[in-house]
Design a protein around this ligand. Structure first.
Ligand code: NDP
Length: 448
């Protein structure tokens, strides 16, 4: 075992003892550690300065109480977090998630991934993430507003346009960002663009809503092109039916692929004629309904309960866009048997470690989340630039920058994989490329 490998295992041992109750965080660290040995072999100074030991410990974690009053006049209490993970290359940047499963392990795994994703964009942004175990499903607008106001009353003490700039994630869309921003502005008396994903009326960037989904498809297109393939006439399954999924489906359609399925946390629909995206938008964005409602208006489509990745049907490209570890157990075998040759992750860590290995071993082109879903944060950073310049760019300008960023990310990770002797392993390429920039920034800033 090399000294570098020994060091990696020592740090992993330490973090897995210290954070033994954080399985998602440990999974993200393990996946990352499995790729970076070659960098440490080349640069023993990173070992000597204990860069990994410092990297796995967030610079700061804020956990706080969010009390609010529901429509029945009862007082409810939720728990919220902000993990300010690493600011070596810029202010903390990363979304807020509202979902009942949110806990410290989830926000730490998301924050850890965000460090390297943000580094890959080539923009000066550090890694952070946050969220709450509040469940927006079934809540009235008034309840969501009161919750957001209470959360921001506390969070505003720790964020700022040059310090930490939150955005949306699962359960946090334009409505929630609006309420959060309104409260921040009231308490600070300042329109300083402290959140991204804002509505266009007050500093939002055109193209931010579409950015993660469109970016995922731009990335996948570049990956397919290198393998001599395109989206044209390919059948695609997209999981989820939220922000990332909807705009990924829209772009696949523009590139003449056919999306035959999408899902929510209860089940999925198969529509072999091609998903009617406007109908999905109507159900999920306007009515905040369930995907099962789709079949009422498209009788030729079928609704199934369960996980779409276990469905047996022929298709070629998989775009998981729902949540972490949605591809686990038998799912990877089914995906391979269904004839899938490319999978790119729109969600964060949707494929568990074992499934990733299975897919890569079977020769499936694998686009890791850190790279493939970086479009959202990239356009968020463009929103920050527009806010500081007091300018609003046109859609074409933002979209063309997004395209360039996604193609550059693909090129960067694929060349890095080649350079480090793991050609075609884009997960390793993304980890190494994302890591080196942050590691050398940390090194040059001393022990802080
Ligand atoms: P949304 O809340 O808009 O949508 C999430 C979708 O995933 C919903 O359709 C939801 O269904 C579904 N879902 C949630 N949990 C499950 C589950 N266990 N099984 C199946 N479906 C599920 O979130 P986003 O689209 O913003 O985020 C999706 C993923 O993309 C997350 O992993 C997020 O971290 C990641 N991401 C998002 C970015 C962004 O810009 N928004 C940027 C980068 C990554 P239901 O309606 O039933 O809850």
């Amino acid at each position: 075992m090399s000294d570098a490998k020994k060091y990696i295992e020592e740090v992993y041992q330490e973090v897995s003892e210290r954070d033994s109750y954080q399985p998602e965080f440990l999974q993200a660290v393990r996946e990352f550690f499995d790729s970076i040995e070659p960098v440490l072999v080349l640069h023993p100074e990173l070992v000597q300065q204990n860069i990994l030991g410092r990297l796995v410990e967030p610079e700061r974690i804020i956990q706080f109480r969010v009390p609010w009053v529901n429509d029945q006049g009862e007082v409810e209490v939720n728990r919220a977090f902000r993990v300010q993970f690493n600011s070596a290359i810029g202010p903390y940047k990363g979304g807020m998630r509202f979902h009942p499963t949110v806990n410290q392990s989830i926000v730490k795994f998301l924050g850890f991934e965000q460090i390297f994703k943000n580094s890959l964009t080539g923009l000066p942004i550090g890694g952070g993430k946050g969220g709450s175990d509040f469940n927006p499903r079934g809540k009235s607008d008034g309840e969501v507003m009161r919750f957001c106001q209470s959360l921001m009353t506390e969070l505003q003490k720790y964020i700022g346009p040059d310090m930490d700039v939150p955005a949306g994630d699962i359960g946090v869309g334009a409505r929630e960002i609006g309420y959060l921003y309104g409260q921040y502005k009231k308490l600070n008396g300042s329109h300083n663009g402290v959140l991204t994903g804002k509505p266009l009326l007050y500093g939002g960037s055109i193209g931010r809503t579409e950015a993660t989904g469109f970016g995922l498809v731009y990335f996948t297109k570049a990956m397919l092109k290198d393998a001599g393939k395109t989206f044209k006439h390919q059948k695609v399954i997209v999981s989820g039916s939220g922000n990332v999924a909807i705009y990924a489906m829209e772009k696949v359609k523009e590139y003449e692929g056919t999306v035959i399925a999408c899902s929510d946390s209860d089940g999925y629909i198969i529509d072999e004629a091609g998903i009617d995206i406007e109908l999905v938008k109507d159900i999920k964005e306007k009515r905040r309904g369930r995907i099962s409602e789709y079949v009422a208006q498209r009788p030729e489509a079928k609704y199934f309960e369960g996980n779409v990745w276990n469905h047996k049907i022929n298709y070629q490209i998989a775009l998981p866009c729902a949540t972490q570890n949605e591809i686990f157990g038998e799912a990877a075998d089914t995906i391979i048997a269904n004839g899938v040759y490319a999978l790119a992750e729109g969600a964060n860590m949707p494929t568990d470690l074992e499934s990733t290995k299975k897919l890569q071993k079977a020769g499936v082109l694998f686009g890791p989340a850190k790279a493939a879903n970086a479009g959202g944060v990239a356009v968020s950073a463009l929103e920050m630039s527009q806010n500081s310049q007091r300018l609003s760019w046109e859609f074409e300008e933002v979209d063309s920058q997004l395209k360039t960023i996604m193609k550059t990310i693909y090129r960067q990770i694929s060349e890095t994989a080649k350079e480090y002797g793991v050609e075609g392993d884009f997960a390793a390429g993304a980890n190494i490329a994302g890591f080196t920039k942050v590691a050398f920034a940390m090194l040059s800033q001393g022990v802080v």
